[in-house]
Design a protein around this ligand. Structure first.
Ligand code: XMP
Length: 335
């Protein structure tokens, strides 16, 4: 149990001592960890920090704008936004294997990040939002040498970069990182968002990734998330119990929820015409640790509304299905 203002001033002091007057670069992904790291380091050293935000074209709806608003506009952080959509789509063209896709996205990420960093030759430090569970996990991985899915995160340090590592969140658990983020002025909604994988929509578009598919998926996903947030969660209220952890809506009642694009066409009818369009699957799970998960028993009325809205609002999609698979045997992501 620590006192937040004290923790922040201690962490700020430590960062200042570590980097002195050096410049620092940080790969901002829009995720919680790199965002909190950026906010903390910016609090410590201000303009000595430059963030590089690589948009791979596989982000959620309006995510790029949100990141820029939050950091560049509201917090005054120096952020270089790189729109690398074409480069990523180019390298992903024709590739259908999930692991191959992950490798390409990871590799291109490092490539784009390195190219941007080369334009900041005075930087001496590379900051990363590594948190305590990441430290544990990568220690374990080395021994076993095998992963079910190769987890690519933004910060993988390229060997060729002669930079020292700055990892101010290394000792923190996720809930501590979130509290720190709120205390540093990041929006609550952002800090308490569901996790989003590094390869982004790349692992939620089955098979070959195309910009056209990503655009359809983004819109369906945004509708799903909006309805989850807007639908109250009917919790059983137990008198005398601390109700702090009670979810207010279905977004908070689920651990992760998203839409998946299936490159399959099916027949439908719309007005007096026949349609032949793509399918999206909705996935919502509840879990403590993401190692095992239950599919969420979302209210049918909510599912129905999401389905109607997606089919009516997103031309190009005419069918919505709900994933009722647990983990195991299914994984949370479809790839
Ligand atoms: P699975 O699909 O393995 O996912 O049940 C478990 C959790 O890990 C996330 N995930 C990833 N995160 N890079 C990431 O940063 C990845 O390649 C990746 N693959 C899965 C997934 O979203 C879920 O929270």
């Amino acid at each position: 149990d620590w006192n937040m203002p004290d923790y922040i001033s201690e962490a700020v002091e430590k960062i200042r001592e570590q980097v002195g007057t050096d410049e620092v670069i940080l790969g901002l992904s829009g995720g919680v960890d790199s965002s909190v790291a950026a906010a903390l380091i910016h609090r410590a050293i201000g303009d000595q920090l430059t963030c590089v935000f690589v948009d791979h074209g596989l982000l959620r709806l309006n995510e790029g704008e949100m990141v820029m608003d939050m950091f560049a506009k509201n917090l005054g952080v120096k952020v270089i936004r790189v729109d690398a959509t074409d480069q990523f789509m180019g390298h992903l063209a024709g590739v259908t294997d999930p692991e191959q896709k992950r490798k390409i996205i990871g590799r291109e990420f490092v490539e784009v990040f390195q190219a941007e960093s080369a334009r900041l030759p005075s930087a001496k430090w590379l900051a990363q939002g590594t948190i305590y569970p990441d430290v544990i996990e990568s220690a374990g991985k080395g021994k076993k040498g095998q992963t079910i899915k190769s987890h690519h995160n933004v910060g993988g340090l390229p060997e060729t970069m002669k930079l020292q590592l700055l990892e101010p969140l290394r000792e923190l658990f996720k809930d501590e990182v979130r509290k720190l983020g709120v205390a540093l002025g990041l929006p609550y909604e952002m800090v308490y968002r569901h996790p989003f994988p590094g390869p982004g929509l790349g692992v939620r578009i089955l098979g070959e990734v195309k910009k056209e598919y990503a655009d359809l998926l983004r819109r369906a996903d945004a509708i799903f998330i909006e309805e989850l947030r807007n639908t109250p969660y009917e919790a059983v209220v137990v008198p005398g119990f601390d109700q702090d952890g009670v979810p207010r809506n279905w977004y908070e009642a689920t651990s992760q929820a998203f839409a998946v694009f299936l490159p399959v066409k099916s027949v439908g009818v719309m007005g007096d015409g026949r349609t032949y369009d793509y399918v999206v699957a909705l996935r919502a799970v509840q879990t403590q640790d993401f190692m095992t998960a239950h599919w969420a028993h979302l209210p049918h009325a909510l599912l129905g509304k999401v389905s109607n809205r997606i089919i009516n609002e997103v031309r190009g999609l005419n069918r919505v299905v709900y994933d009722i698979s647990g983990k195991p045997p299914a994984t949370i992501e479809w790839e």
